[in-house]
Design a protein around this ligand. Sequence first.
Ligand code: CO
Length: 276
Amino acid sequence: MTQRTIVRRVRGMDTADGAGVKLKRVIGQPALDMLDPFLLLDEFRSDQAGDYIEGFPDHPHRGFETVTYMLAGRMQHGDNKGNRGDLGPGSVQWMTAGSGLIHSEMPQQEAGLMWGFQLWVNLPASDKMIAPRYQDIPPGDIPVVQPADGVTVRVVAGELAGATGPVSGIATQPVYLDIALDAGARFDLSLPEGHSAFAYVFDGTSATVADGPLARSELAVLSKGDTVSFAADEAARVLLVAGRPLDEPVARYGPFVMNTPAQIHEAIADFRAGKF
Ligand code: CO
């Protein structure tokens, strides 16, 4: 067994995106440009409507996947191919943008807490131009397991304690877990040895992940290995995400993530020509 350790700590950076939605950018910022295959991680959390009410109006994506996990509040998703979906508390949308689409994500509330994550997952070169695909997963379809005393895990993707997450057919074979630790709880999680992995504390004040304490709003990049340990003195929640690194060139421009600059130029031209 190889225990994973913390190789780097990153704090979320306060910024805004979309039409001015305030959020914390954790991956995809100067302190952590990417963690192959993960291109971006945002946490949005506010009970001030002015921080989120303008939402994310129409914008394109090509060449990767966006994963939205709602903890509180409601957003409505819609795209230019006629797909519509509601994202309520506890739901997940795994969108494979592939060759491209134009979509919006707009709040369905004018007050109250809006809280969740958006993760961008890269696609291998061979899949960048596949047809778009949605996996809209209601909260009740996400298995909840208790792998140890005081540990409750929602399994969005990957396998744990006999449960398999509902997200399927993703090239990077992701593990996506929402881990709730009661005070005094601890457990060891098995992970695919070569996967890139990170842990992010999003509730409570801190947790112990691998070989060290991790504060709220702090992300730990983990070393390779097949096991990672979790513990908490006080109740905490941790997002644990892992995926197979692609080890391919990345050419990136806003909502387009391809392998070469020429492909980025093509994406911009296709978008301007209305081919999305
Ligand atoms: Co988007």
